[in-house]
Design a protein. Structure first.
Length: 164
């Protein structure tokens, strides 16, 4: 049984149908996150070390953080409209893991990235460019906005659960 971490977006809530879907495929840790909490970084690092997930999943700001944790720990991830580039709204300031901690050079994680072509918060073309030189990346583009439809969520998670 897979262990999955799901990190919600900045103005989103924990839980819901996407987390229920993940729970059908494994053990899920989906914490309620306050992205302005100065202790968030330490909390997440301790939680990841204790839970030892097989897969990280994040949406928007959660995708930004999941990407950093993926690189740091070498854990595969699925990212939905990750806020890896500054969007149209300002994002809270959190320390970037790749600047503060030693990068994991031994395990290049697999990454599935799902982007909405009509996203009015995160520029999908800039996100594609951001990941242009990253190994082991699959980028899928969809005709939706910032909120990821359940069907798109499920199909991209299945790619990871089926072993990329």
């Amino acid at each position: 049984m897979k262990k999955i971490v799901y990190l919600h977006g900045y103005e989103s809530k924990q839980g819901g149908p996407k987390v229920d879907f993940l729970a059908q495929s494994g053990m899920v840790y989906a914490p309620s996150l306050n992205y302005t909490d100065s202790n968030l970084e330490n909390h997440l690092i301790k939680s990841i070390k204790a839970f030892k997930p097989d897969l990280l999943i994040g949406s928007s700001m959660g995708g930004y953080v999941a990407n950093l944790l993926s690189d740091y720990f070498g854990i595969d991830c699925v990212l939905f409209n990750p806020a890896v580039v500054k969007g149209n709204k300002s994002r809270p300031t959190i320390n970037e893991l790749h600047n503060k901690y030693e990068y994991n050079e031994h395990n290049e994680p697999n990454k599935v990235i799902a982007l909405g072509l009509f996203d009015d918060i995160i520029d999908s073309e800039k996100v594609k460019y951001y990941f242009r030189d990253t190994p082991n990346v699959i980028i899928n583009m969809y005709k939706h906005g910032h909120r990821t439809p359940f069907e798109v969520f499920a199909s991209n998670v299945q790619i990871a659960l089926n072993g990329f």
